[in-house]
Design a protein around this ligand. Structure first.
Ligand code: SF4
Ligand code: SF4
Length: 342
């Protein structure tokens, strides 16, 4: 925190489902408000968590826009909807006669820091899928192309590009940690990755810490959603490519997509919403997954996979295609295990 003044955050919602706010409310140990106040962060206004609405809100907005009411960070949840034909009139701010697009751009110019909360606000996300009739885009990206509403070279008053706290939804701690760092002036640009995402969570792969890693090592693959095996080969898991710490910093005290039996669909990346195939399918050429693990040349992967498959212990082979452990680990000392175990 800078001095005694709190770091003041204005949160707006635009073209999204509200899931990132729902996710934020799952902050725990401590809860959201305790956490924010511990870091000197004050929520100036949030559409679901604040009482003021209607004319009260419009007065507050006018004060924020004019500078009479100070604020530090603008958090936008949801994409910017520019349609039809770039007018922004598909999404008006109720009671104001103004497009959200115009309001967001004006407030972004006033804020010290601007955060895109979730993949819609960062890249367009699900709202931009299909024919994108809403002309949805992110604050500073349109898919993986820099630009979006504010433009590729845009910088906030604090000197940073839009901070893309991407995820669909985003993890509550990715948001609160980022706000805490900004409040302490401890988030330099080098701590953002090439897509403007905080490296605190994108320096990791979802694969790190996945409870299915033993199956991955031996290429013991799940065939159906309820199976225990690795979901990369058949069920579309992108955990070896997805940049996030979901299995290191589990969600809601202990969960992750993988722990819940769902393949990672790389929701922190631009374009995740349209992979060009069913999410739970792994596209392959000649039996080899097209999307190979990050940093691994194809030839190595093929060689490693065939070696691993040849060496897969029976326990993993059986359990990979079962919905509960059928074969337990053998005893570590010779002569102490039961026959039939591996
Ligand atoms: S299921 Fe996905 S994240 Fe888990 S071990 Fe397999 S590839 Fe990695
Ligand atoms: S495991 Fe993958 S799909 Fe699930 S939240 Fe993390 S990055 Fe998104």
């Amino acid at each position: 925190m800078r001095g005694a003044r709190p770091y003041r955050v204005l949160w707006l919602q635009s073209g999204g489902c509200g899931g990132c706010s729902m996710s934020l409310l799952n902050a725990e140990q401590p809860d959201l408000y305790t956490l924010l106040s511990a870091h000197g962060v004050e929520l100036v206004w949030h559409p679901s968590l604040s009482e003021s609405c209607g004319d009260d809100f419009l007065r507050l907005l006018a004060d924020l826009e004019s500078g009479r009411e100070p604020f530090d960070a603008l958090c936008l949840e949801g994409s910017v909807m520019r349609g039809p034909n770039g007018s922004g009139r598909f999404h008006q701010l109720a009671g104001s006669g103004r497009s959200m697009m115009e309001v967001i751009a004006g407030l972004a110019g006033r804020a010290r820091h601007v955060l895109a909360i979730g993949s819609c606000a960062a890249f367009g996300g699900v709202t931009a899928a299909g024919g994108n009739l809403a002309e949805a885009c992110g604050l500073q990206y349109e898919g993986e192309v820099a630009g979006g509403l504010l433009g590729a070279g845009w910088r906030s008053r604090g000197g940073l590009p839009v901070i893309n706290v991407a995820g669909c939804p985003t993890h509550p701690a990715w948001v609160t940690d980022t706000l805490a760092q900004l409040a302490r002036d401890e988030l330099p640009e080098e701590r953002l990755d090439a897509l403007g995402r905080p490296r605190d969570y994108t320096d990791h792969l979802v694969h790190h810490g996945c409870p299915r890693n033993e199956y991955y090592e031996y290429k013991a693959s799940a065939e159906r959603p309820s199976d225990l095996g690795c979901m990369m080969e058949n069920l579309g898991c992108l955990g070896t490519q997805a940049r996030a710490d979901c299995n290191i910093r589990p969600w809601n005290g202990g969960g992750s997509c993988l722990r819940g039996g769902y393949a990672c669909i790389n929701c922190t990346a631009p374009g995740f919403e349209e992979p060009g195939h069913a999410f739970a399918e792994t596209p392959k050429i000649a039996g080899i997954p097209i999307g190979l693990p990050t940093d691994m040349p194809k030839a190595w992967f093929v060689a490693l996979a065939s070696l691993s498959k040849a060496a897969t212990p029976r326990r993993l082979k059986v359990n990979a295609v079962a919905d509960h452990v059928r074969v337990t680990p053998g005893a570590s000392a010779p002569g102490r295990g039961k026959k039939g175990r591996s």
